[in-house]
Design a protein around this ligand. Sequence first.
Ligand SMILES: [Zn+2]
Length: 155
Amino acid sequence: MLRAMMASCPCASGRPYDACCARYHAGEEPPDAETLMRSRYAAFVRGDHAYLFRTLHREHEDHAAGAEAYRVQLARAAKRTRYDGLRVLDHDGPDADGIARVLFHVTMRFEFRDASFAELSSFVFDGGWRYVGGITRRMAAAQAEGMRIATFVGR
Ligand SMILES: [Zn+2]
């Protein structure tokens, strides 16, 4: 029990899960886009598909199919996925249109093969911060080291 309470949060904050993303998964709204992004990564690792659906912007393409279809889709992928780490690289905004962006790198395996990638995600505030979408590029952690949004977009 104590061990479980002290387990470090999957979002790589260095804090215990209970003092980090647990409160967002329990219903509290993250204060900014980066915190939301971290909490979504932690939800992927923990298989919290309801949270992932709840924090998806209603205009995201996966929203229309509904929570159950999304859960089934994520659960199917989760069986073949192993998450090995998150690194947040950069963030900006919100800009004049209310869009905040976070650039991050995820080390992961899909069907036992390296599938690590960098993603520039976009978020808007709509009752809480919500995930709108992202641009991803397959990339090793070493390649993403020190990368900024301007570099990622300019490539
Ligand atoms: Zn966390």
